[in-house]
Design a protein around this ligand. Structure first.
Ligand SMILES: [Zn+2]
Length: 83
C-alpha cells in the first residue's frame, strides 16, 4: 500500500470520514464514515465476454473468442473488491 490516507466531510451526516487514495496500479479511492456508516470504494472488475465484444464492436475492434487473461496483480484487486 502506497496510497494517501486523509479525511473528508461525510456527504450524508457531516461527520469527518476516513478517505484513502491510491494511484497505482490504477486510480483507487475509498472512504468510510463512522458517524453513519456511509462508505464508497472503487470497483475493479472484468467485463464478461459478451459485454466486452459489444463494446469492441462499437469501437470498430474485432470480437474476441475468449476473455483475455487477467494478471495475477489485477486478480488480487478484482477479488478483493468483488467479495
Ligand atoms: Zn456519515
Amino acid at each position: 500500500m502506497s496510497g494517501v490516507s486523509g479525511s473528508d466531510t461525510c456527504p450524508n451526516c457531516g461527520a469527518e470520514m476516513d478517505t484513502y487514495l491510491d494511484s497505482k496500479p490504477f486510480e483507487n479511492v475509498s472512504g468510510e464514515c463512522y458517524g453513519c456508516g456511509f462508505f464508497y470504494y472503487t470497483v475493479a472488475e472484468q467485463m464478461c465476454l459478451e459485454g466486452l465484444n459489444e463494446g469492441r464492436k462499437e469501437r470498430g475492434l474485432k470480437p474476441l473468442k475468449k476473455l483475455p487473461k487477467v494478471s495475477k496483480l489485477m486478480k488480487h484487486y478484482i477479488k478483493k473488491e468483488a467479495s
